[in-house]
Write a protein that binds this ligand. Structure first.
Ligand code: LMR
Length: 396
């Protein structure tokens, strides 16, 4: 019956993480998957999350299905976090928000919706982007192309080339953008660059689709939402999928949301309705537990303060690791420019290492990173950063 089913080649990120778990070598280093590890190499349980979970557990009651669009308290807390509580778009009721199964679930619901209502549109993603973006949009039946983004010569952004490609796209093209902490390169647009991009999106009638999986890991919770708020204030209609996996360290709870900013409240009602139809045909409704932990952290003033401080500490630790890696590499490989480790933001950096060099690092130094040369800086800690730099220096 299933002889025609071919083997799954594995996922470039998740399979690598599984290989790491199986590797018996002592001193192995995991910079593959985008997970924040603390300085002891553990996935932290945030105190704010632990306390919120205790509150949720103390109030345990019947567990009916959530509405298709998710819990009302979760959805409104997400809107406040993304847009700021007083944003005009929220007050006008023109943002349709659903609680989704991680932001991946949100991306997929949005992709299915786009395939249905914009069947002539193609998707444009940054070159490079998170491996799964292409897969998800293609899985929804959409054609995926790339726009110029990462500049391998400088470790920065090809902003002019990006803008000129976007200027030439047909109206209603879908443009996937990373709101902050670009995955995989760590190269973000500056505020001035967002300000230059937004009129192009508006004038060319392009449909921005923002992925915000790392809010708070770049320059802070509010600063990392700059693009979201600027687009909404500019009257642009767009999609945004956001995640709490990393920012609250609740990966397996699958807490995310999809919001669509619409021109007016009447359109938002219909968009929400059709996205609900999409969800109903996929997984029917989201789970309760994780979303209630997130909503409790976001809405309880004391837990919120605690979470913001904990997120700030994670951000600072990543920055400290960037500085340390930079310093050791600079000393070990004189004459080579490693400045990009300091300018890139968030969990990831592009090292510029080739796939062959990455393979050597894994085979000979038990150092795991994605074959594109992406490292998860949040996997570095005071015990492995030196060894990482020594190993990288050895293959350069
Ligand atoms: C990553 O990019 O490593 C993370 O977003 C985890 C994943 O699902 O790929």
């Amino acid at each position: 019956m299933f002889q025609h089913v071919e083997p799954f080649a594995g996922d470039p990120i998740l399979s690598l993480n599984e290989d790491f778990q199986k590797d018996p070598r002592a001193g192995k280093i995991n910079l593959s998957i985008g997970i924040y590890f603390d300085d002891a190499g553990r996935i932290p349980v945030l105190d704010s999350v632990r306390r919120a979970e205790a509150i949720v557990a103390a109030n345990v009651g019947p567990k009916p299905y959530l509405p298709i669009e998710g819990a009302a308290n979760f959805r409104s807390a997400v809107q406040g976090l993304l847009f700021g509580a007083d944003h005009e778009a929220i007050a006008a009721g023109r943002v349709a928000t659903l609680q989704t199964v991680g932001s991946s679930g949100g991306l997929k619901v949005g992709a299915d919706f786009i395939a249905r209502y914009f069947p002539g549109s193609q998707v444009w993603v940054s070159d490079p982007t998170w491996d799964n973006h292409r897969s998800m949009f293609e899985g929804a039946g959409l054609t995926v192309n790339t726009y110029p983004y990462y500049d391998a010569d400088t470790g920065g952004l090809k902003f002019d080339a990006m803008l000129s490609t976007l200027r030439g796209l047909p109206a209603k093209s879908i443009v996937l953008l990373h709101a902050c902490c670009h995955n995989p390169t760590g190269v973000d647009l500056t505020r001035a660059q967002w300000d230059a991009l937004i009129p192009v999106l508006r004038e060319r009638e392009l449909i921005a689709y923002l992925d915000l999986a790392y809010q708070g890991f770049g320059d802070g919770i509010e600063a990392d939402a700059y693009a979201v708020r600027a687009l909404a204030s500019a009257g642009v209609s767009f999609f945004i999928a956001n995640s709490f996996s990393k920012s609250m360290s609740v990966y397996g709870e699958r807490c995310g949301a999809l919001s669509v900013v619409c021109p007016d409240a009447a359109q938002a009602v219909n968009v929400l309705g059709q996205m609900k139809f999409t969800v109903r045909r996929n997984y029917s409704s989201p789970p309760i537990h994780g979303g209630q932990i997130v909503a409790t952290v976001l809405t309880d003033p004391e837990l919120r303060r605690e979470w913001e401080a904990e997120l700030g500490a994670m951000r600072e630790r990543i920055l400290a690791m960037r500085k340390k890696l930079y310093a050791v590499l600079k000393a070990k490989v004189p004459g080579r420019d490693f400045e990009y480790f300091l300018t890139q933001r968030g969990m990831f950096s592009y090292t510029g290492l080739s796939a062959a060099q990455v393979d050597t690092l894994r085979e000979q130094h038990a150092l795991y990173m994605v074959r594109s040369g992406r490292i998860c800086v949040a996997g570095l800690n005071s015990s492995n950063v030196e060894a990482t730099a020594v190993a990288i220096a050895a293959v350069l």
